[in-house]
Design a protein around this ligand. Structure first.
Ligand code: SF4
Length: 426
């Protein structure tokens, strides 16, 4: 069977991070490996990087089955693609998948979609695969793609997943809905790492820094196999704070950046999120990462009940932690979390405008200030962090002037999207 796998380009209303990162479509690469083992002819099209419209690829490849992946913000665009495909040839079967299809399959019900795959197995079934043994991802993407994947300062960045699901239960996060926590054998991970030519590797586990013994085994086997990579991972502050020795060891085998869910500046908010971390964990974690030269990318949730004073307090906290890179996310009641029901009557962005459910738009009406003011406070906060002389000097020294300016240009594009929100007031 001829199968085309598509990663969509985001809607123009989506405040995306494409200007600061474009990652490999790993889930499609994993599907591709199994499909090829079943003798299917497979092609992956990344619409973020392609200039030509979807029609071009459908006509050129003439697939019998098309698989489209995406997040919540892609729902509309995935349906549009499905309609376009059916209009070209109604006999082409269309399947959609991805994390949002797993949690909310009903959002994809439409006359142009034949299969809603809630798991990879669902998709293999649609493709009549007999052998669905899990395989290492198909790493044969064209160079014109692999050369363009990057994450902030990590150019030509490859992705790998070493575990599925998350063992924690933060109540704002829908990761826990996707799959129960399951970790791959380290030997299997090493085998895959040995096949990755890129130097920069982003480990996209929901929580890589979890099991001490497993991480020690990872450290030993990366060393033994002389694997020389730079790793970017997700990790929790409480683990980092309690396991300095592991962080030190991992820093010696290439761990150079960690995305940490700092989430909040107060214990009350952390407890409200059921984060199960302590404010002092955040402080200790940031210090430990700094000590071993590991970059900390902090994510922080902005409360719906915040006013000017809360934004000011957060800035003080960011300054106190000496954070240079932060991703500020207005609180979003994601479907699949208890908040979705709670806030469904207070939405200022209707749920069917999925393209704006990007964790950057304000989807709930702020309780104390206007939406315009709220967006203004976000821009102000980003601006204050970015222009701090200490931070500018740090970035120039660590990453060089050109790379820093390139990244600043990307960040400016995101700011511009926010400025438009302030102008429009929504
Ligand atoms: S926020 Fe992080 S630690 Fe919490 S459930 Fe989600 S992925 Fe797990």
């Amino acid at each position: 069977m001829k199968i085309l796998l598509i990663r969509p380009r985001p809607h123009k209303e989506t405040i995306g991070l494409q200007s600061v990162m474009i990652c490999e479509p790993l889930e499609l690469m994993q599907l591709s490996a199994v499909l090829k083992a079943n003798n299917h002819e497979v092609e992956i099209v990344d619409m973020i990087l392609e200039k030509k419209p979807i029609e071009y690829f459908i006509r050129k490849f003439s697939p019998e089955l098309v698989g489209i992946t995406g997040y919540i913000s892609h729902v509309g665009i995935m349906k549009q693609y499905a309609e376009t495909i059916k209009k070209i040839d109604k006999n082409i079967k269309v399947a959609v998948g991805g994390v949002h299809a797993t949690v909310c399959p009903e959002d994809f019900k439409c006359e142009y979609i034949d299969y809603i795959a809630r798991s990879a197995e669902d998709f293999y079934k649609a493709a009549n695969c007999e052998d669905i043994k899990v395989r290492l991802a198909d790493r044969s993407l064209p160079k014109r793609y692999t050369d363009k994947y990057y994450y902030l300062f990590a150019n030509k960045c490859a992705l790998i997943k070493t575990s599925f699901g998350c063992p924690y239960n933060c109540n704002f996060c829908f990761c826990r809905q996707i799959s129960p926590y399951k970790a791959r054998e380290i030997d299997d991970v090493i085998e895959e790492l040995l096949q990755i030519p890129q130097k920069e590797v982003y480990i996209v586990d929901d929580d890589f820094l979890f099991n001490r013994e497993r991480l020690l085994e990872f450290y030993n086997k990366v060393k033994e196999n002389k694997i020389e990579k730079n790793f970017l991972v997700y990790g929790r502050a409480d683990f980092i704070a309690a396991n300095e020795d592991i962080i030190e060891a991992l820093s010696k085998v290439g761990l150079n950046s960690v995305i940490v869910g700092i989430e909040a500046a107060t214990q009350k908010e952390l407890d409200g999120f059921n984060k199960k971390t302590k404010i002092k964990d955040n402080e200790k974690a940031v210090k430990i990462l700094k000590k071993y030269g590991i970059e900390c990318y902090a994510t922080i949730i902005l409360g719906v009940d915040w006013d000017k004073k809360d934004f000011k307090n957060l800035y003080k906290y960011i300054k106190h932690l000496e954070l240079v890179f932060v991703n500020l996310q207005p609180f979003t009641p994601m479907p699949g979390t208890p908040y979705f029901e709670k806030y469904k009557d207070q939405l200022i962005i209707p749920y069917d405008q999925h393209e704006k459910w990007d964790m950057a738009h304000l989807v709930i009406k702020p309780e104390k200030i206007s939406a315009r003011r709220y967006y203004f406070e976000i821009i102000k906060l980003y601006y204050k962090i970015t222009i701090r002389p200490k931070n500018v000097i740090y970035m120039f020294r660590r990453y060089g002037i050109i790379t820093t300016l390139k990244l600043s240009l990307g960040a400016a594009q995101i700011t511009w999207q926010y400025i438009k929100k302030v102008i429009r007031g929504k």
